[in-house]
Every structure is written in structure tokens, then in C-alpha cells.
Design a binder for this molecule. Structure first.
Ligand code: PLP
Length: 433
């Protein structure tokens, strides 16, 4: 972890955090501000949680909308991406026999919500297989066409998919959807603070989170709706403000709740702007690219070709490994990344970089992946294996030695020997699929 910013985050310095993308990481400043907001609310909850709250939430919502380049009148904060998706999926007009198509790289619980909704409406729910690695938009559209031979009512696509970390071609999918008479819904959970969140033509609604890529308290969700769709959109909870004519007010009182995370949005956006202005976010992108290159050299297969790789979130297929074993081995080493199954059971590993990450974090992960690969004699396929240089691992440090031959690699703090031995045992237990 970068020593110059480590104090700004509440993270355990013994861990290597390369997965803020799952839940986000608030800064200490946000935590302090949240504490002050809570104290202010508790001093007079009758007033603070009364009518004035909507005004404060409207200010936060407008600031977020402007930052994202969205119209404040069409945008509101909500609880999280799941609740935003629930509102959208409930609002769509679905006739019996209609078709909803969702890429199989979409977030699983949101797919379940569509499946459930389609079953209630008597509509067909189609999961479209996304090839991994994704190399070509034409190939993706061909798969959509093969899965949906006729008209489609709605297609859902993520700006950046979750486990496979694919920057999906939203404009091309929207055009395809319009040609089939349908409308597009966009899951923008990994958008705000990471990639541009601009609705292309044909999009009815976007839902997402702020806490993943902005340093807000969690949870904070957001919703954007087209003018036509806005009137239909209602929160899943039927609360006092459920049918307000004003979108922000409609989503500002889901019953009694803790508004503090949403009230930290403005400050979090300000902190993010400072990171951007100082070049810290550019450094995160460069580190993600560098780590991606190293993992690829080690035989990890990027899930997408360059046009489909997002700036700070990268995923890889680890051929021949079981995701449960890889997860256990990395977790045991204090490495925090996301690992899990891909849509067809592949072993996926996903990293995300933040302003606190440095080269040593990247090296620690690379060294461990190299070790795992060595332990199984088969992280890569035969062709990949030939391309992987055999690099010595510093036996007691668990990180690459200076003799490793890669520019910039340096020996850093050692893991305890006991921990290293435990890791070795785990590596030995890794079974190829
Ligand atoms: C693409 C995507 N959509 C939706 C969600 C659900 O977000 P939440 O749990 O904050 O509602 C996630 C969570 O990681 C996600 O990655």
C-alpha cells in the first residue's frame, strides 16, 4: 500500500487490497463526516429526518447527476443497485409472450429479478452466452441474434460487467435492440467514478452504485430514467412518497432509513475530483494495465480484448484451476481480489486498483499467482506454458526476488515463515479442473 496515502483509508495495512470494486472503500475523511452527520441527525431526528431531508437529498442527487453528466430531473439517489434494478424491472411494460434478453455476464441477482418478473408476466427470459475472452462486437451481436430470433421487448447490458469485468459495447447493443423493436436497460454499477455514464439512444433506464468507485459510505445507489420511462418508475417499497410527481422525492423515503451514506455523496465526489486532478486515478489505470500484463505473462487469460477492458477493473480466466482453491490460497496470503466462477464455471480472478495501491501490491499478487501456477504444473495451457518464463520465487519472502528479471520488481516485506508454509500446503492441494 502506498505509504503516503495509507493513513487516508481505514484499511488493514497487513492486507493487499486489490478489490475495492466489490463493496467500495470509504476514506477516513468520509467516515469522519458520516460520524458528524449522524451526530447532527441524532441531536434532533424529528427535524433532520423530516421535510428538510428531501431538500438535502435533492442537493446531493443534483450534484451527482451533474458530475456524471446526467440531467438532475431524470436522476435520483436510491438505496443500491439492487433496489434501483428492482424498481426498473417492476416498471417495464411486459406482455405475455414478450422476450427479455440478458447477457450471461450480467450480475446474477439482477438476472434472477428479470427471471422472476418474466415468469409473472408470461414473458420469455433469455440468457445470451458471452464468449470469454470477448474479442469482437460482431460476435456478441451474432450471439444475441442466435439467442433471440424475433423481436425483443427489453435487453439488459452492463456498462462494465461484474465478475468478468467487461466494458460492454452498449451503443452497439442498443442499436441492435432498437432494430428488434426493444428498449435497453443499463446496469451501471461499475460506472460512476470509473467510466462515463452517458445514456445512448434507446436506453430507458440505468441503475447503479456510487459506493464502489466514489469514496462514499455504503450503500448509495443511483437511478436515471428516460423522460418516457420516468413516470412509470416507482420504488419497490410503497412508502409515503412512492407516487410523488418528483423523481427524487419518490426515492427519498423508502420508509425509515439511514440517509447518512447518501449525504456523503457530495463530499465523496469532491475527494474523487481531487484524485483525478492530481493524476492519482491515471496512476491507478497504469497500475491496472501493468498488473494485467504481468498476469498475462503468467498465463492468466484476459476476459476481453483491449476495447472491452475497463480502465481499473480487469478479470482473467485461470485455465485449469478451481476457483475455490485459488480463492482460499489468495485469501490465506492476505491478498484481497475477487475470485469465483465464470458463467460456464471458469476460474475467474478479478482485480481493481485504487489510489492506495502501489507496485508492491501488484508484485505480491503476481508472485502468488506464479507460485500457484508452479504448484499445479498447469495454470496455463501447453502453448501458454511455453511462453511463461520460469522466475525464481524468493523462498522466505513469498514475493519476487530482485533476480526475477522484471523491471521495477523489488523485494518487499516478508510474510511470516509459518504463513508461507501454510500457503505452500494450500498450493500443493490445488487441483486442476
Ligand atoms: C454489475 C453489478 N450490478 C449490480 C450489483 C449489485 O450491487 P448492490 O449489491 O450494491 O446492490 C453489483 C454488485 O457488485 C454489480 O457488480
Amino acid at each position: 500500500m502506498r505509504t503516503d496515502v495509507a493513513g487516508d483509508f481505514p484499511l488493514d495495512p497487513a492486507l493487499v487490497m486489490l478489490n475495492h470494486a466489490s463493496y467500495g472503500v470509504p476514506t477516513r475523511r468520509t467516515l469522519d463526516e458520516a460520524g458528524a452527520l449522524r451526530a447532527e441527525i441524532e441531536a434532533d431526528s424529528n427535524e433532520r429526518l423530516g421535510a428538510e431531508l428531501t431538500t438535502r437529498l435533492r442537493e446531493q442527487s443534483a450534484l451527482v447527476a451533474r458530475t456524471l453528466g446526467l440531467s438532475p430531473g431524470s436522476t435520483t439517489l436510491c438505496t443500491n443497485a439492487t433496489s434501483g434494478a428492482a424498481a426498473v424491472i417492476e416498471a417495464v411494460d411486459l406482455s405475455p409472450g414478450a422476450t427479455v434478453a440478458v447477457l450471461d455476464s450480467e450480475y446474477s441477482s439482477i438476472c434472477r429479478a428479470w427471471e422472476h418478473r418474466c415468469a409473472r408476466a408470461g414473458a420469455s427470459f433469455v440468457r445470451v452466452p458471452v464468449p470469454l475472452p470477448l474479442r469482437d462486437t460482431g460476435d456478441l451481436l451474432a450471439r444475441l441474434a442466435a439467442a433471440v430470433p424475433g423481436d425483443v421487448a427489453f435487453v439488459q447490458v452492463s456498462l462494465v460487467s461484474s465478475s468478468a469485468a467487461l466494458a460492454l459495447p452498449v451503443a452497439a447493443v442498443s442499436e441492435w435492440t432498437r432494430r428488434r423493436g426493444g428498449r435497453l436497460i443499463v446496469d451501471a454499477a461499475h460506472g460512476p467514478g470509473h467510466v462515463p455514464v452517458v445514456p445512448v439512444e434507446g436506453v430507458d433506464a440505468m441503475f447503479g452504485t456510487l459506493h464502489k468507485w466514489f469514496p462514499t459510505m455504503r450503500p448509495v445507489g443511483f437511478l436515471w430514467a428516460s423522460e418516457e420511462f420516468r413516470e412509470r418508475l416507482r420504488p419497490a417499497e410503497v412508502s409515503l412518497t412512492w407516487d410523488s410527481s418528483d423523481l427524487v422525492e419518490r426515492f427519498s423515503w423508502p420508509g425509515t432509513f439511514d440517509p447518512v451514506p447518501r449525504l456523503t455523496a457530495g463530499s465523496a465526489v469532491g475527494q474523487w475530483r481531487d484524485w483525478k486532478a492530481s493524476g492519482a486515478l491515471d496512476r491507478c489505470e497504469a497500475l491496472a494495465a501493468q498488473l494485467a500484463g504481468t498476469l498475462t505473462e503468467l498465463g492468466a487469460v484476459p476476459t476481453g480484448a483491449p476495447p472491452f477492458t475497463p480502465p481499473r477493473l480487469r478479470a482473467f480466466v485461470l485455465p485449469g484451476l478451481r476457483h475455490e482453491a485459488v480463492k482460499a490460497a489468495l485469501r490465506e496470503s492476505g491478498l484481497r481480489v475477487w475470485t469465483g466462477p465464470g458463467p460456464r464455471g471458469e476460474c475467474l480472478l478479478r482485480i481493481s486498483t485504487h489510489v492506495y495501491n502501489d507496485e508492491a501490491d501488484a508484485e505480491a499478487l503476481a508472485a502468488r499467482v506464479r507460485e500457484i501456477r508452479g504448484g499445479t504444473r498447469g495454470l496455463t495451457g501447453a502453448a501458454g506454458d511455453a511462453a511463461v518464463p520460469k522466475v525464481p520465487v524468493d523462498a522466505d519472502a513469498g514475493r519476487l526476488s530482485p533476480s526475477a528479471g522484471r523491471a521495477g520488481l523489488k523485494k518487499t516485506s516478508a510474510f511470516p515463515v509459518k504463513c508461507h508454509l501454510r500457503r505452500r500446503a494450500l498450493v500443493a492441494g490445488l487441483m486442476p479442473e
